[in-house]
Design a protein around this ligand. Structure first.
Ligand SMILES: [Cu+2]
Length: 255
């Protein structure tokens, strides 16, 4: 698509030296509209540490938004979204990936604090000591050239415009207050092909996570730092419900 080309040169200014990453590209049912198309991209790919900051919503602040796509991408319920974090994230940075949506009157202009619901998450993918121990969603993303695959758009949504927030959390410095590193961008969607009227439980962003939530600030019951939290299977290999709201998987009667 022709609007993609102007963005590519802009994105080359994103620094790669710190080996951080940001959600920069997506596919809808396997088709990529282009780098940055339909997405609000910051100038830098560094983390957000302050979980109370308005920059938690769709980035900004220390990472100013420099490429705010004028495109709202059409979607249908049941479509499969893949998202790509670029450039490659350092292998010390490990943790879960979560995806949220929020219904908005205008996906181009709004940055809502309220109304976010989680549609997808992946925490610990596997824990196999013979194969390197705990394997996180971010380890999988790194192995897949930054791609996170298979995020299904719920069929129970109301038609309308939505922001879609892809978030990666790096846990390695979570033994310190404001050590956990959040990386996020927002995409702009217009959802059709749905007749639902679901009103899922929502959270505010910022607000959905506190700095001292378990899984963000890693301390034991004696308040000692857990420096290697990301290497522990503290969640028994189950999907890591790292902060609210816990993701409720789709069921046949609520899709
Ligand atoms: Cu980092």
């Amino acid at each position: 698509m022709k609007f993609a080309t102007a963005l590519i040169s802009l994105l080359t200014i994103l620094p790669v030296i710190d080996a951080h990453t940001i959600f920069q590209q997506l596919k809808i049912n396997g088709v990529a509209p282009g780098l940055g198309v339909g997405i609000r991209l910051p100038s830098k790919d560094g983390p957000i540490w302050n979980v109370s900051s308005p920059d938690m919503t769709c980035n900004g602040g220390r990472n100013p938004i420099v490429s705010h796509s004028p495109i709202v991408l059409p979607l249908s319920g049941g479509d499969i979204i893949d998202i790509q974090f670029k450039p490659g994230i350092d292998q010390s940075h490990r943790g879960p990936v979560s995806v949220y949506m929020a219904k908005v009157p205008n996906a181009l202009t709004e940055t809502p604090t309220e109304g976010w619901f989680k549609i997808w998450e992946k925490g610990v993918v596997k824990n196999d000591t013979a194969k390197g121990g705990v394997w996180w969603a971010v380890d999988e993303l790194r192995a897949n050239n930054g791609w996170v695959y298979g995020i299904e758009v719920p069929r129970c949504l109301e038609a309308g415009e939505y922001l879609f927030r892809g978030e990666m959390l790096a846990l390695h410095d979570g033994a310190y207050v404001e050590g956990a590193q959040f990386y996020m961008s927002c995409a702009q969607f217009r959802v059709g092909g749905v007749t639902g009227d679901a009103h899922p439980a929502t959270v505010s962003v910022p607000g959905y996570v506190k700095y001292d939530d378990p899984g963000v600030l890693h301390i034991d019951d004696k308040h000692h730092p857990l420096h290697d939290f990301e290497n522990r299977d503290s969640h028994n290999g189950k999907n890591y419900c790292h902060y609210n709201p816990c993701f409720v998987p789709h069921t046949d009667d609520h899709r």
